[in-house]
Ligand binder design. Structure first.
Ligand code: SF4
Ligand code: SF4
Length: 96
């Protein structure tokens, strides 16, 4: 089991979550972050940091976002680690 980043993260401007992870699980995709399930110890620290409630324990991911469990596992190894808060991610199309 691991924690999973889901749909509300898309286009997030505040990477608050990465600063609290004790095992540096977060990976930076082009428009959202992913959690690498391997190092995640399910401490839950990141959940409270996310202002849009995008992070869930794997078992608690809402039904409509279950695909994000596999997406995080698939994308995390392909994306660079992110451990410090940084400038806005790319805005979703049509949002500016
Ligand atoms: S705080 Fe982290 S998980 Fe939440 S939306 Fe922003 S980048 Fe995504
Ligand atoms: S649950 Fe804990 S270990 Fe897992 S990604 Fe969140 S902060 Fe990191």
């Amino acid at each position: 089991m691991a924690h999973v980043v889901t749909s509300p993260c898309f286009g997030c401007k505040y990477t608050d979550c990465v600063t609290v992870c004790p095992t540096d699980c977060f990976r930076e995709g082009e428009q959202m972050l992913y959690i690498d399930p391997e190092p995640c110890i399910d401490c839950g620290m990141c959940v409270a940091e996310c202002p849009v409630e995008a992070i869930f324990y794997e078992k608690d991911v809402p039904a409509e976002w279950k695909d994000f469990i596999a997406l995080n596992a698939e994308m995390a190894p392909k994306c660079p680690p992110i451990v410090t808060q940084k400038a806005p991610l790319a805005a979703p199309p049509g949002s500016v």
